[in-house]
Design a protein around this ligand. Structure first.
Ligand code: C5P
Length: 404
């Protein structure tokens, strides 16, 4: 399997699988972890082996899987101690109601529960159970105990369950679990901060079906929102029309036009400590758009365009503005045009990229411009660049609030 260099690369995790139908998703999670460059040791409970086989998990992890406290393959018979001494975290996915009860009460009657009790590393738990089991006061008590013990809860999610009922308790999908694990390892540089982000394009109607827009997938803005959430911030994302899922945990305000985006920003900006304008806002809107589809004919069609408000500049010029960050997409002379734009818009920080390297893809190259000069960030996945940008913002934000 091709390994991709990610922020999880070279981490070591112990993946504990307990008995529940969501155990099939643990196989997918394992595949994603290995692909991300993580070394994973799998330990399963006896009940988990009723749902997926140890052979499946062995094939995907490339390592022998352990299920038994008394396994003869461990020379010193100390698997419950040895297994967690050199891992960065233990992840239990799925965690059944029974296993959560054991963790909460410090029970240790099989290999997985014993190594959890004997561990010195962080523990992440992804609950998976029927909604009645999840809502039961006993489970809720146990979950509260785990939280109080510093255990990180990943989910659960709401939706249709394998039993046919609908409600809270289903395990997060493998991709969301991966994101949750990645988030856990990110430094909490913006803990308690409020971050307002614009993302995606805006769309300005010409008639009932046509419009003016910019080519923007929204991926960079959504990645910045995810990175801010990972850094511990509360995030509001004002998004133009995109085809991608916003990050879990963001408050999302969907808009279409630049005017709507400005209104949404104006209504939330007082709450924000930091504003990041990633949106590719259309520079013009159509005066008097037609309600009906315009019939085409052989004549020249003239559209009357009026300039849209500049949202970033509106925020910068507020009486008490948040720390403002702009984005710029240029097709040439990146360094010159971006720094000019930063000065013109009076921004302490501007992130710029060449459109040729950025639009639509999952990777990008950014250059950050601030009062100290230009800081190029080499080509990387958008989420990696977004994390570097958030780290830079956190440093500058801290300096600017010290000055105030
Ligand atoms: O379009 P331009 O290159 O000027 O965009 C630079 C920055 O200004 C970006 O952060 C973009 O989100 C913001 N912008 C805006 N409102 C506009 C145009 C741009 O907020 N009407």
């Amino acid at each position: 399997m091709k390994r991709i260099m990610t922020d999880l690369a070279n981490k070591r995790l112990l993946l504990g699988v307990t008995g529940g139908i969501a155990a099939y998703k643990a196989a997918e999670l394992l595949r994603l972890l290995v692909k991300a460059g993580v070394e994973v040791q799998v330990v399963m409970t006896a009940a988990a082996c009723q749902f997926v086989t140890a052979v499946t998990m062995q094939a995907l992890s490339g390592r022998p899987v352990f299920t038994d406290l008394w396994d003869k393959r461990i020379d010193n018979g100390m698997a419950h101690i040895d297994f967690t001494r050199d891992v960065d975290a233990v992840v239990i996915a799925p965690a059944s109601a029974d296993f959560i009860a054991k963790l909460a009460n410090g029970l240790a009657d099989d290999l997985l529960s014993t190594l959890c009790l004997a561990r010195a590393c962080p523990l992440l738990v992804a609950p998976a159970m029927n909604k009645q089991m999840w809502e039961h006061p006993a489970t809720q008590r146990n979950v509260a105990l785990l939280r109080a013990d510093g255990v990180e809860l990943l989910g659960p999610d709401e939706g249709v369950q394998a039993c046919g009922e609908t409600g809270m308790g289903r395990m997060l999908e493998a991709q969301s679990l991966l994101h949750g694990i990645e988030a856990f390892f990110q430094p909490k540089l913006l803990s308690g901060r409020h971050v307002l982000i614009t993302a995606g394009p805006t769309f300005e109607a010409i008639d009932a079906v046509r419009g003016i827009t910019n080519s923007s997938s929204g991926k960079m803005g959504y990645a910045v929102a995810r990175a801010a959430l990972e850094a511990g911030a509360e995030v509001t994302l004002v998004s133009g029309p995109t085809c991608i899922q916003p990050p879990v945990g963001a408050r999302v305000i969907q808009v279409t036009t630049a005017q709507q985006m400005l209104k949404a920003v104006n209504e939330t900006v007082n709450w924000a400590d930091i504003f990041i304008g990633v949106a590719a806002v259309a520079d013009y809107y159509v005066l008097n758009p037609s309600e009906q589809k315009i019939k085409k004919d052989a004549h020249v069609l003239t559209l009357e365009l009026a300039p849209n408000p500049d949202i970033v500049s509106n925020v910068v010029n507020l009486q008490n503005p948040p720390f403002c960050v702009g984005f710029a997409a240029e097709s040439e002379n990146l360094y010159e045009y971006a720094e000019l734009k930063r000065r013109r818009k009076n921004l302490p920080l501007l992130a710029a990229n060449l459109v040729q390297t950025a639009v639509g893809g999952d990777d990008n190259e950014l250059v950050l411009f601030d009062d100290e000069g230009a800081h190029p960030l080499p080509r990387a996945p958008k989420i990696t660049l977004a994390r570097q940008l958030i780290a830079h913002i956190a440093t500058l934000y801290q300096k600017s609030s010290q000055k105030k």
